[in-house]
Write a protein that binds this ligand. Sequence first.
Ligand code: ADP
Ligand code: MG
Length: 588
Amino acid sequence: MNSRIKKLGTLLSNQIAAGEVIERPASVVKELVENSLDAGAKKIELDIEQGGSRLIRVRDDGIGIHADDLILALSRHATSKIADLPDLEKIGTLGFRGEALASISSVSRLTLSSNTANQPSGWQVVTEGTDAEPEINPVAHPEGTTMEVRDLFFNTPARKKFLRTEKTEFDHIDELIKRIALSSFDVNFILRHNQKIVRHYRAATSSMEQIQRVDSLCGAAFVEHALHMEAQASELKLSGWIAKPEFSRSQADLQYFYVNGRMIRDKLLNHAVRQAYHDVMYGDRHPAYVLFLKLPPDQVDVNVHPAKQEVRFRESRLVHGFVLRSIQDALAHTHAGECAASGEHMPKTITEKTAALTYPIHRASMPVQSVQEKMAIYHELHEVAEKKNTTGNEVPPLGFALAQLKNIYILAENEEGLVLVDMHAAHERVMYEQLKKQISEQKIISQPLLVPLTVNLNEREVNHIERHQHLFHQAGFVIDRIGTLSVVVRAVPDLLRDGNIEQLVRDMAADFIEHQKSSRVMDSIHELLGTISCHAAVRAARRLTIPEMNALLRAMETTDHAGQCNHGRPTSMRFSMAELDKLFLRGR
Ligand code: ADP
Ligand code: MG
């Protein structure tokens, strides 16, 4: 290292700033679309080529940029959105740092064309990712702005190496536009990839149109199981859609939280939502929601993260409490809804008082099956257990069941002392290993459904299922695509015939997308088996008989890796008499 200090050139310092905010094409799209929204655009058209690495063009009908400001707009620390510290402390726009365009232009070839209401023509400025001072030229352009970003990272090869396939990069853009479209209902979005229209989200003003947009973005099933909610307490307002607990997800992949229109991930808010669902959802499931929190801009600091994905609340405890209570209230009424879904009385309890707060968007069109654990599972366990069975008077390693604790743990006694078993985790592991074995021996038993089941999903999920049909087939499923947004399930693994197939198919699709391990066939199959076993496994909170418990213990003893569930949690703990004695300070 040279010990003398030099001031960095503009280009290099902009490229350093770009390192923070411009990770991939989708980050460019985010900055450009946010600028369009800040400019009041009602129509935003995006043209993407080769996943965005060749071209990203964003055209809007916003207020435009004045000719005199064009070059300034591209320089760092130049913004029209704030002027002084008090402004910084109450930000009402998505952008404010004044560095996105400078960063983008330092790592690409950028053409900015724009026109405002009172100019005779539009103006254009072209940059080539160098330090050269750009010039501006007149150009025909309607009121609004077009940003054209070509050859992203062409001058920063190390960055370019991190780009994934065209398809993956486009998927990121698609997902981003989805997130933005979910919050900007009144804006018309058109997204093209390689000259083909891929998405068109029409402006949605009426509440019916809004629900349609949520439907097209989050899937019909979400809408079908969602409650609309609105809650207000002094200056805080929370609104949006939350899924009833029965529509829980295996991944946290349907969670959209916006604070003053800005999509964010926030531990505090996540925690509040999780806690609200706590009593009505199993620990390893994830709720689905689209929520909008509005509060005065001076109550929230958005200047805490370079890509502005996190915020800090001035009154965080107040916000946490408000979000928690509002969702809890809304969910409280779904208990009645659950009865309704299982075919009994419709929710008489959703009366005038609560209707103001929540209303079901649709009634569940189909009875929602609870996960039914049938004795069949235990017969299978018995079979496994019987293969090795225990001869003579020997006490087996996991001992014999004494009782069940809170319907979650099995208490058993073995030669050394006490054995505690997490019933769901253990059963899940046993199922998983059994399925794995069946697959390797090609003995998976597939059971045709008497009535094929149609499952509505989003397009991405349907694509994934279609692309990996052979894997599902190996796992005992027969699933066909029957439209852009639905699949039909014709057969399922025998083990699952009584389970909630619809939920399972959703989970498998979501898990697949999450793990993206599609190229590694065996991994993917195991991923599927994991999801299947989790569904097939007996739920915590189900009471088992002593023979059922013993069957599970015996099955665990003959199963590989039975010491841990598929999620890596232990399935059992043992306490020897000596350890127990120590706990009670009992000398022997
Ligand atoms: P920021 O959004 O943080 O202000 P940017 O570098 O993204 O910084 O943009 C700089 C400025 O350029 C903005 O403050 C705005 O005045 C102007 N600008 C950028 N994009 C647009 C657009 N699509 N329409 C109108 N003005 C824009
Ligand atoms: Mg900006």
